[in-house]
Each structure stands twice: as C-alpha cells, then as structure tokens.
Design a protein around this ligand. Structure first.
Ligand code: PSU
Ligand code: MN
Length: 300
C-alpha cells in the first residue's frame, strides 16, 4: 500500500493522525457537495492539530492519505466500487478503484499503524435481518481490529438495538462521549443506553491505553458522539421519511451493498436536504473529536 509522505512523517514521529473513510464521499453524499465535504473534513482534522489520512483504493493500490487529484477522483469518478475489507484482495488483483467502507478503511488504517478513525455512522444489523441476514461487515471487522472509531452511533436506517446486541456479542467496546445514551446518527438520541460514558478525549485515550495494557484480543473501541440537538434531523420527519424509504427500497428490490446508499439518498431527497445537513453536522463533530483523541493518544 502507498502511504502519503505527510502521513508517513506523522506516523514516524508518533504524531496524531486521523483516518477518514471514502465510501461516505463516493457513495454516501450527493455530488458535487461531496468533494467540498471531503476537503472540509481534512481541514477540520488539520485545524484540530492532526494529519488526515483519507483512505481509498486507486488502480489496485490501497492509498493512505490522498492528494488533491486523488480526492477528486474519489468524489467524481464514475463506476468507483464500494469496498469492504473482503473486497480488498479482489480489487487489488483486478487493478480496480474503489471507496472503502468502515470495514475496508479500518482494516487498511490499522495495517498502516493508524489508531484513530472518524466516520459518520457505522454499518450494522439491518431492519428485517431475520429474512435477509443483512449485517454490515463493519461489525465483524471491528471485532478483530484494534482501532478507535468515532461515530454518531450506527446509521438510524438500521435496527439499532440489534446492532448494539451484536457489538456486545462480538466484544466491541462502546463509549458514549458526554452521553449516557447511544446516539441515533441523524438524531441526537437513539433511545438506547450505553454502559460507559467518558467526558473528554483524554478519557477515550485512557481507555485505549487500558486496552493495550490488557493485551489479548484485538478489538475496536467505538466512541459514540451525538450530533448536537439543534443540528439533528427533526425526529418525526426522520421516522416518517425513513418508513417511506424502507418501503420504497423493498418495492424496488434494492438489497446488498446498494441498500445503504439508496436509503441515505432517499432521505436526502425526501427531507429536502435536511438529513444531509444532519449527517454532515454529525460527521464534522466526529472528525473534530477524533483529532482531539488522536492528539491525546499521541501525547502518550
Ligand atoms: N457513514 C455515513 N455515510 C456513509 C457510511 C457511513 O455518514 O455512507 C458508509 C460507511 O462506509 C459504512 C457503510 O461502512 O456506509 C455501510 O455500508 P453497508 O451497510 O453496506 O455495510
Ligand atoms: Mn449489507
């Protein structure tokens, strides 16, 4: 894999680095806004004193840290694949290009030596799992990877209580950041409790150090960071449009990798962009917090 000079330097001196995923850019946000967002997220990491490492696969090469032209490719190239960790080997062998999901990004980030990763909302157990068995590969990969993922919970298009149960079964730690309630991605609250709450980035770094001191199984630490209440999507609008979107997806026969992008786009369209603003507010908050955590972690 190819690590950019800036990221390599930062890692070499033990400086703070934050990994950013590319699926949200390529498949989760509408064009051309997505490119502006990709740049903005990198700037937010820098403003927080850390180095951004946006991750993607281009022409069969995993890239850790993208240049200007590469970021533009991720935001605008047609036919870019969506790559979970299981897709990496075939993509590399085929010389393909793709955006990496949480699982693909976390896998590559950990191998590059990056410990902190920011995203919007994790994948998880889809509603209707009992008939489709659709559970995001994000969960299984996080169960086997020592990385700290800052997110606004799991996407609210999912079965949130079931996803939390799976995280427990898989042994993935969940910390609420200044919240005793698990966030709901577009929404400040999901209605589900979290078992552990920390009140600062230093508190997260302390848990990371404790993970390392304990040793044993490598697994992720999920830092759940709610979107501010004034920036959340109106909960009644959310519930109404999501119900319609789930019905539309079923009617259209959308399944597999396509379901998450379909629902996110449906919400954006049918809330006149309000869900997009809430999504972006959540991601920005996560990126800022991740930069602070990376700073605390680097201070040792
Ligand atoms: N967070 C967002 N938007 C997104 C995603 C996360 O705000 O588009 C992406 C992540 O890459 C996550 C993926 O891994 O959605 C989950 O897809 P699936 O349900 O197909 O595993
Ligand atoms: Mn799936």
């Amino acid at each position: 894999m190819e690590i950019s000079e800036e990221v390599r330097d930062a890692l070499g001196r033990g400086g703070p680095v934050v990994a950013l995923e590319s699926t949200i850019i390529a498949h989760g946000l509408p064009r051309p806004r997505n490119l502006a967002v990709a740049r903005e997220l990198e700037e937010l990491v820098r403003a927080g004193g850390a180095v951004p490492a946006t991750i993607a696969v281009l022409d069969g090469v995993p890239r850790i840290g993208l240049g200007k032209a590469e970021l533009e490719r991720v935001a605008s190239e047609d036919g870019l694949r969506k790559l979970g960790h299981r897709d990496l080997a075939p993509a590399l062998a085929a010389g393909a290009s793709g955006a990496t999901t949480v699982s693909g990004t976390a896998f590559l980030a950990a191998r590059a030596g990056i410990r902190v990763f920011a995203t919007g909302g994790l994948g998880g157990v889809h509603r209707g799992w009992a008939s489709t068995m659709d559970e995001s590969a994000d969960l299984g990969l996080l169960a086997r990877t020592r990385i700290t993922v800052v997110c606004a919970g799991v996407k609210s298009i999912l079965d949130v209580p079931a996803t939390l149960e799976r995280l427990e079964t898989l042994g993935v730690g969940v910390l609420g950041h200044r919240t005793a309630e698990f966030p709901g991605f577009y929404l400040t609250r999901s209605g589900q409790p979290v078992d552990w709450t920390v009140d600062s980035p230093a508190g997260v770094a302390a848990a990371m150090r404790a993970q390392d001191a304990l040793g044993g199984l490598d697994s992720a630490l999920v830092v759940a960071n709610p979107v501010a209440e004034r920036e959340q999507l109106d909960p009644a609008l959310h519930d109404r449009v999501l119900a319609a979107g789930l019905a539309a997806a079923e009617q259209a026969g959308v399944s597999g990798q396509a379901i998450t992008p379909y629902l996110l786009a449906y919400l954006t369209e049918h809330t006149a962009g309000a869900s997009l603003e809430a999504n972006l507010a959540a991601v920005r908050g996560n990126v800022r917090l991740a930069a602070e955590i990376a700073g605390e972690w680097a201070r040792g």
